[in-house]
Design a protein around this ligand. Structure first.
Ligand code: HEC
Length: 107
């Protein structure tokens, strides 16, 4: 009885480590992206635009790498990121504009 337990214990630990590790490296899933509310509306971004931007962002920008969080970059940095990343997606210019409004929080 004792011998069997000792034999399985290390396997058990390895399994736990594996399971714990698999959720850790996640750069970000759409679950942790902010959901726009009226408080996020600015002079240049309506609530609808922000909501559409969020959907477009999570559908188009996470296929090669995880989704970066809007707060990871400043609005100015996001503009240059979008300049280099947008051509790698199939998005139109107006869709890219919506994504830009979402990630830079309407700024
Ligand atoms: C076809 C694959 C692909 C798609 C689609 C893609 N990216 Fe990237 N992204 C990359 C690669 C590769 C890098 C690594 C740096 C580089 O190649 O410029 C990167 C890097 C980044 C970085 C880090 C830049 C830095 O300098 O820290 C951000 C932020 C980013 N992507 C955002 C986006 C956004 C926003 C979109 C959607 C508009 C997007 N990516 C779509 C491939 C992609």
């Amino acid at each position: 009885m004792k011998k069997i337990n000792n034999y399985y214990l290390p396997l058990f630990f390895v399994a736990i480590l594996f399971l714990a590790g698999s959720c850790k490296k996640d750069l970000g899933s759409s679950g942790s992206l902010y959901t726009p509310t009226n408080a996020d509306v600015t002079a240049t971004a309506t609530l609808t635009e922000l909501q559409q931007g969020r959907t477009l962002y999570s559908n188009n920008c996470g296929s090669c790498h995880g989704l970066y969080m809007p707060e990871d970059y400043t609005p100015v940095q996001w503009k240059s990121v979008l300049n280099s990343m947008a051509p790698r997606t199939g998005m139109s210019a107006s869709q890219v504009l919506l994504v830009t409004k979402y990630v830079s929080k309407g700024k």
